[in-house]
Ligand binder design. Structure first.
Ligand code: UTP
Length: 482
């Protein structure tokens, strides 16, 4: 019996390898099996599984897109600036915001809103081993970014007296580590059942000739398919179905590396609902036309985000007919998406466009040596969530104060870094304390002179601080409120 099985399985494996070899040849990727003879059985199995999981037709299109470099030209004259709900100034605007808050708060209390963080990125610029959310960011506590977000959610739960779901998108290399990090930290006080992890798709990275890069002799180098991959992942993982079953209508989307993001903002949800929108954006005026953030615009009556890398110097200062700047609505990657909208986009099989990113990607060269390149040697393909805007029937764009909501952590030092993110966080804490009457000093750059950390569980706004007895605070020393 045993013998028979052996005899049977051997030719099957051979057929299988022949089929895979043919497939690779058809797509010009046969080099992937270059070290086949040197591999052991487990490595061979892993490599075959890896190859089987690749969508070769998709990769062929992407490779051609890269090799032909046929980018659709941007028609700058047809671009218009978007309508924006400004930060309220007039009595009428203040009332309108109050009304939006009421609507949003009711949605949250009714369990119609959930938090969704995209945390599948590789964080190459930060260079931190492990998920970016695990980075110890707390200026005094050293608490992780995940803990800050978790505490914001817990605080909102207390306020609205409802259990909130938190959906976390990871990618394959980070998935287990992310879950373990939550387990090791006892889910930061959240119920295990209210945190749902799921993983996004990975795509092969290619070299400049369109060949798949190998990360080892039996592994194809793959990278996550961009934050736009969230749409596909929400569907594939069954999360969208689960959300609908739970009655969740609004998805509060944010990126893991924005430390001071409002994870669930009733005002934003309220404006979104009032506008009958399917997807909405938070925007802030750009600091300068050359600032490296995307800008929300209208192209052919559809909303879109034009990336800073696609905005040439000669168009940065373009104006609308009314004299306003076309590219001033900086997108800060915070959105509300309707669950129904995501469901219908993914059911219709609508695909977001792939963007090309040239990166330094470690690889195994033809001689089998592992190389860590100093220059950009490889290409990754990514989709971006904001490309879904053009499918949305209505979109609300809400202007917010940047220092209150946006502190992206991309690098270790300098612009958009751990350093600047911590400082922005401490400055916001300092402003809250000042608003409730504490005597906090700032230097010429507007930075708090002492280190201040307020756990979101203690207070997540200056309003929360109003309810606290802060009489014993010494504003000449570090302040840590927990
Ligand atoms: P970035 O585009 O800044 O990428 O992601 P990154 O991976 O964090 O950093 P670099 O570019 O490698 O240095 C913005 C947000 O989108 C998420 C990231 O986790 C981050 O929250 N993201 C990005 C994903 O979830 N998946 C991706 O494929 C890419």
């Amino acid at each position: 019996m045993l013998n028979l099985q052996k005899k049977k399985s051997a030719p099957q494996t051979k057929t299988c390898i022949r089929r895979i070899r043919n497939k690779l040849q058809n797509y010009n990727q046969e080099h992937v099996l270059r070290w086949w003879k040197q591999l052991d059985d487990i490595q061979r199995k892993e490599l075959l599984q890896d190859i089987e999981s690749i969508d070769f037709e998709l990769m062929k299109k992407l490779v051609n897109k890269y090799l032909e470099r046929k980018e659709t030209p941007i028609l700058f004259d047809s671009i218009k600036s978007p309508e924006i709900i400004k930060i309220p100034g007039t009595e009428h605007e203040i009332l309108r915001q109050r009304e939006a808050r009421k609507i949003g708060e009711q949605c949250i209390r009714d369990g119609k809103a959930a938090c969704f963080v995209v945390a599948g990125g590789q964080g190459t610029r930060l260079g931190f081993e492990g998920p970016k959310g695990a980075y110890p960011i707390g200026p005094i506590s050293g608490n992780s970014i995940f803990q800050f977000h978790a505490e914001k959610i817990l605080k909102a739960q207390q306020k609205y007296n409802v259990q909130l779901m938190w959906y976390i998108m990871t990618s394959k290399p980070l998935h287990k580590q992310t879950i373990k990090f939550f387990e090791d930290n006892k889910y930061f006080g959240m119920d295990k059942d209210q945190v749902r992890f799921f993983s996004q798709r990975m795509l092969p990275a290619i070299d400049k000739d369109g060949k798949f890069l190998m990360s080892s002799k039996h592994e194809i180098s793959k990278s996550p398919d961009g934050h736009g991959g969230a749409l596909f992942a929400l569907r594939e993982s069954g999360v969208i179905r689960e959300m609908m079953k739970k009655g969740i209508e609004y998805i509060s989307y944010f990126q893991v590396d924005n430390l001071i993001v409002k994870v669930l903002d009733p005002v934003f949800i309220g404006y979104h609902v009032k506008a009958g929108a399917q997807m909405s954006n938070k925007v802030t005026p750009k600091i300068a036309p050359s600032e490296k953030v995307g800008a929300v615009v209208i192209v052919d009556k559809k909303y879109s985000v034009i990336e800073y890398s696609d905005l040439p110097e000669e168009h940065m200062r373009d104006k609308d007919k009314d004299g306003s700047s076309k590219f001033n609505a900086g997108s800060i990657a915070i959105h509300i998406l309707n669950t129904e909208f995501v469901k219908s986009l993914t059911e219709k099989g609508i695909k977001l466009p792939y963007h090309i990113a040239e990166k330094n990607i470690p690889y195994v060269n033809n001689s089998g040596e592992y190389i860590k390149p100093k220059n950009k040697n490889g290409i990754k393909f990514e989709t971006f969530i904001f490309d879904a805007l053009k499918f949305a029937k209505n979109v609300a764009n809400i202007e917010v104060i940047r220092e209150n909501e946006f502190s992206p952590i991309k690098n270790l030092t300098g612009v958009d870094s751990v350093e600047s993110g911590r400082q922005l966080y401490m400055n916001r804490c300092a402003r809250w304390l000042k608003e409730v009457g504490d005597n906090i000093s700032f230097d010429k750059k507007g930075n708090a002179k002492i280190r201040i950390e307020i756990s979101p569980l203690f207070a997540n706004s200056s309003d929360d601080l109003q309810q606290k007895d802060l009489s014993s605070i010494d504003t000449t020393k570090d302040i840590y409120l927990v």
